[in-house]
Design a protein around this ligand. Structure first.
Ligand code: FES
Length: 118
């Protein structure tokens, strides 16, 4: 029974597609985005400030099995606590077992308003 379920699901579990038709705005003065090492998740997208003061936004669901990734501010990268996958700030996988990049969204800062779009 266990072997049977692993053959069907230990690798490559279905993961929901990355959010599409994204268009929302955030106030960057909100607490989660101003604190060092901070990030926030909205509509399936994790938004975080980089070391250079820019903002990055990627899909928050790990492409391996869908666990919510965490932002690592010291390297401006994303880490999945489930099996240890890592992705760079451009979404590309730098450490498996995930094999597909996180979706990246466009961020546009106007004053204190950060617009995130696909
Ligand atoms: S769910 Fe397995 S590495 Fe993210």
């Amino acid at each position: 029974m266990l072997i049977s379920s692993c053959l069907n699901g230990c690798y490559g579990n279905e993961v929901s597609p990355a959010p599409a038709n994204v268009d929302f705005a955030l106030d960057v003065t909100s607490e989660p985005l101003t604190a060092n090492g901070s990030s926030l998740i909205k509509s399936g997208i994790i938004v975080a400030p980089t070391l250079t003061g820019a903002f990055i936004a990627v899909s928050s669901a790990c492409t391996h099995q869908g666990t919510t990734v965490q932002f690592q501010s010291t390297s401006s990268s994303f880490y999945c606590p489930n099996h240890g996958a890592k992705s760079s700030q451009n979404g590309s996988v730098t450490n498996g077992p995930a094999s597909k990049a996180l979706a990246v969204y466009t961020t546009t800062l106007t004053g204190t308003s950060l617009r995130v779009t696909s």
